[in-house]
Ligand binder design. Structure first.
Ligand code: NAD
Length: 264
């Protein structure tokens, strides 16, 4: 155990099960000494999150649905009472109606556009504000994004638009909180097989395509995303804020697949 996160306390939002990206991050932080609180969305997921949290010595596991502001406030009130302050925040939350994660972006409805934006983008701003208020000695935050924000990925649709807004939020929040020593960054992860990932039509094809054509010729694990989060949330990255850091086997640098890979 190294001491990178020893004595640091933080909140992890977005663990649904042991395949969640947030869980990969929590494991990496725990291995380096961090103490964590977790939120879960609904009691069905709570049954999965509680034993995971316990396995890394956490007993602060709180319900939170970001569509319900009272539950968000409840979490930060509890954190304030329990710990007085926090050092880091992990936001790994996204949602869109899966009927709109297929077909054309142009067909997105007003209702689902607003709901996708609220849950997948605005929730970060809302929790970042509350978390920053508890980061009285400085701190760091990380959210999760995807390259469908800047380049068109079939079926990603409204979620790509929400991720673009989320990435812009990262920059604005970094500017807001920088003066108080709070850093804000995002990890842009390659496709990972999770509950949320499975909501995208033809997710398996995207996964296989990246595996075949990314420079590293493979996808990434939640543990690899965890390693990048450890960097962004620890003192290894004290000079870094407002950044979108790719953990995608290099897929984002590719213009077209290598002809050799297309022929096989
Ligand atoms: P996941 O299903 O394990 O996690 C998504 C989480 O969002 C769940 O814990 C769910 O409970 C939570 N959530 C959804 N709506 C919520 C609400 N209203 N209130 C509170 N929580 C809510 O899937 P994941 O892939 O680990 O997703 C985590 C993050 O990573 C998301 O932002 C996702 O867009 C992003 N991401 C995923 C991939 C991928 O391929 N899986 C790639 C890049 C980025």
């Amino acid at each position: 155990k190294s001491g990178l996160m020893l004595g640091r306390r933080g909140l992890v939002m977005g663990v649904a099960n042991n395949h969640s990206i947030a869980w990969g991050i929590a494991k990496a932080l725990a291995a380096h000494g961090a103490q964590m609180a977790f939120t879960y969305q609904g009691e069905a997921l709570g049954k999965r999150v509680k034993p995971l949290a316990e396995s890394i010595g956490s007993d602060l596991v709180l319900p939170c649905d970001v569509e319900d502001l009272a539950s968000v406030d409840g979490v930060f009130q509890r954190l304030g009472e329990a710990w007085g302050g926090i050092d880091f925040l992990v936001h790994a939350i996204a949602f869109s109606d899966k009927n709109e994660l297929k077909g054309r972006y142009a067909d997105t409805t007003r209702e689902n556009f607003a709901r996708t934006m609220t849950i997948s983008c605005f929730s970060f701003t809302e929790v970042a504000k509350r978390a920053a208020a508890l980061m009285t000695h400085g701190g760091a935050m990380v959210t999760l994004t995807y390259g469908g924000s800047t380049r068109v990925m079939p079926n990603y649709n409204v979620m790509g638009v929400a991720k673009a807004a989320l990435e812009a939020s990262v920059r604005y929040l970094a500017a807001d909180f920088g003066p108080q020593g709070v850093r804000v960054n995002a990890i842009s992860a390659g496709p990972v097989r999770t509950l949320a990932g499975a909501g995208i039509t033809d997710a398996r094809l995207m996964f296989n395509y990246q595996q075949r054509h990314a420079p590293l010729r493979r996808t990434v694990s939640i543990e690899e995303v965890g390693g990048a989060a450890l960097y962004l949330l620890s003192d290894l990255s004290t000079g870094v804020t407002g950044d979108i850091h790719f953990v995608d086997s290099g897929y984002n640098i590719i213009s077209m697949p290598h002809p050799a890979a297309l022929k096989t």
